[in-house]
Design a protein around this ligand. Structure first.
Ligand code: AMP
Length: 286
């Protein structure tokens, strides 16, 4: 695997490759990232892993300072998972002097995560647009962990006619259900245990929906109740359409349950798709 730092080198490296896969990351790799790299390896001829802790998507300065970084370890893990190129540009390569353009996705980028992290999705959309323009991949691989990011990126790619296919891979979880995240390393033992409440809350909502509950306010309260048992107060628990992120009042279609909560020093997000069409027609009938 080669490590490259500038746009000219990455373009030279991908030139002539038949099917280029790109895996965007901010590093501090865990199995979630590696699942994306392996999927890219299986589907593409050339796999580029983007590693850049993008300052413009951090609305909280201390979150940026404390974000874990270990490029050597990441390079070894990316190579082991099948990456051909680790593209790790410096901040000046991505944002040279005079940089003045911002991509915003109206509506989708303003709710939930966008409302709680002002400017976050403008930072994400802008850096993803740049990355796709720099590398020109045929396919880009994203994780369902960041469900709203996926919706924002899909909208932007469609709106700007970017010729890249967006592939989304399932959330990879720890054995106790906690969604893997680079920020989990900052959880102390007690917070690490309490953090499982996010997954348990989502599962409780899914079970209630399977049992016939369709009212989204009731389902949100179910999640909040599980969090409260561990003393957690979510920033939001929302039941929304997974593409538009518009709130739903009744679960009458595939419904995304999305939540964010602060656990000790760390802000965590998680989500789960409730698909009542599967629940109603599957073998789960009593
Ligand atoms: P990040 O480095 O946190 O910006 O994440 C890079 C990519 O990995 C994004 O597409 C994330 O959605 C994805 N990702 C992060 N955590 C997980 C996870 N637990 N399971 C699946 N994908 C993940």
């Amino acid at each position: 695997m080669r490590i490259v730092r500038d746009v000219a080198s990455v373009r030279a490296a991908v030139a002539g490759a038949r099917r280029v896969g790109l895996v965007p990351t901010m590093g501090a790799f865990h199995e979630g990232h590696l699942s994306l790299i392996r999927a890219a390896r299986a589907a593409c001829d050339l796999v580029v892993v983007w590693l850049f802790v993008n300052p413009t998507q951090f609305n909280d300065a201390s979150d940026l300072v404390n974000y874990p970084r270990d490029e050597q370890r990441d390079a070894a893990l990316a190579a082991g998972a099948g990456a051909d190129i680790l593209f790790a540009p410096g901040v000046e390569e991505v944002y040279p002097p005079g940089f003045a353009t911002t991509v915003t996705v109206a509506g989708l980028g303003d709710v939930l995560e966008g409302a709680h992290r002002p400017g976050h999705f403008a930072g994400v959309a802008t850096v993803v647009a740049k990355m796709l323009a720099m590398v020109g991949p045929d396919v880009a691989f994203f994780g369902a962990k960041d469900a709203q990011q996926v919706a924002v990126v899909r909208r932007m790619v469609a709106d700007l006619d970017i010729p890249t296919r967006v592939e989304v891979l399932p959330i990879v979880r720890e054995p106790d259900g906690l969604a893997m995240s680079s920020r989990n390393v900052r959880l102390g033992p007690d917070d690490r245990r309490r953090a499982t409440a996010l997954f348990r809350g989502l599962i409780a909502a899914e079970r209630a929906a399977s049992a016939g509950e369709r009212d989204t306010r009731t389902l949100a309260r179910t999640v909040e109740g599980v969090l409260a048992e561990d003393g957690l107060v979510p920033e939001y628990v929302a039941l929304v359409d997974p593409d538009s992120f518009q709130p739903l009042s009744v679960v009458d279609r595939p419904t995304l349950v999305a939540l964010a909560a602060r656990v000790g020093p760390v802000r965590l997000i998680d989500n789960m798709l409730i698909d009542t069409t599967l629940i109603n027609t599957g073998e789960v009938t009593p």
